[in-house]
Design a protein around this ligand. Structure first.
Ligand code: IPE
Ligand code: IPE
Ligand code: MG
Length: 240
């Protein structure tokens, strides 16, 4: 599979909407949380896939702004899982030389998770093999409103004028300010929608949908997505 990949045409930034955990569990007659618990290998495989291909940025949609509307029991178990994984995977991620950053309303998480996360970010901040962006309590509409408010305040305070607001200025007020636009978005589970993920940043992203449920997603599936991406002709509005 990997030998079909052109290493000269690798996306700079891949985003993954990791979907289908609940259905995966239900197919096995288990509670939805069983699916979440079985999603770790898929994350590991995606990281290794990125590293093998030299993809510098990957964003994982871990928990959306709207996911807070799920039943309390499911949220509690997701929080537990997140907390445990942040604890257990720190050494492994650090040894892989992966840098972790987070985007989203982190302050909405329990303090213990915030602390774990900041520890993770601090420990891995000088790592250089790739940047793994965790989208946590992330919603792109919220992100855009937040940026608008910050900018509006700067205008109101007289620190900038309306003319200062352009494409790159706006971009610099998003959570993703230091991260390049996403080139490829992969969504598992057969759903074909964006669900409030990287709306601004995906203006020219290629979209790839697979029926594979997230807990079944492996490196070969990741490579398949990259091979599919490499068949696309990205025109960016031009004639080429
Ligand atoms: C994705 O799987 C995980 C999160 C959104 C946290 P789901 O929990 O959405 O699983 P399905 O889509 O209901 O099968
Ligand atoms: C999107 O999946 C969010 C994450 C993968 C974290 P959802 O399962 O929440 O999205 P919808 O509700 O099917 O659109
Ligand atoms: Mg879902």
């Amino acid at each position: 599979m990997k030998n079909k990949i052109d290493l000269n045409n690798i996306p700079n930034h891949v985003g993954i909407i990791m979907d289908g955990n609940g259905r995966w569990a239900e197919q096995r007659g288990k509670l939805r949380t069983f699916g979440h618990e079985n999603s770790i290998q898929s994350v590991k495989d995606s990281i290794v896939g990125c590293k093998e291909l030299g993809i510098p940025y990957m964003t994982l949609y871990v928990f959306s702004s709207e996911n807070w509307n799920r039943p309390k029991k499911e949220i509690d178990s997701l929080m537990r899982l997140l907390h445990n994984n942040l604890k257990d995977s720190l050494e492994e991620i650090h040894n892989k030389n992966v840098k972790i950053i987070a985007i989203g309303e982190i302050e909405k998480f329990p303090v213990v998770i915030q602390k774990r996360l900041f520890l993770f970010i601090k420990k891995t901040e000088n790592n250089t093999s790739m940047t793994l962006v965790l989208a946590l309590s992330y919603g792109s509409r919220e992100e855009i409103i937040r940026a608008t408010k910050i900018i509006a305040k700067k205008v109101y305070m007289g620190n900038i004028t309306l003319e200062d607001i352009n494409f790159s200025f706006f971009q610099n007020h998003l959570y993703t300010k230091k991260i390049p636009d996403v080139d490829l978005i992969i969504r598992t589970s057969g759903e074909q929608r964006i669900s409030n993920f990287l709306l601004w940043q995906s203006a020219y992203a290629e979209l790839y949908f697979t029926n594979v449920l997230w807990p079944d997603f492996r490196k070969k599936d990741f490579f398949e997505a990259i091979i599919n991406y490499q068949k696309r002709r990205r025109r960016f509005g031009k004639v080429i």
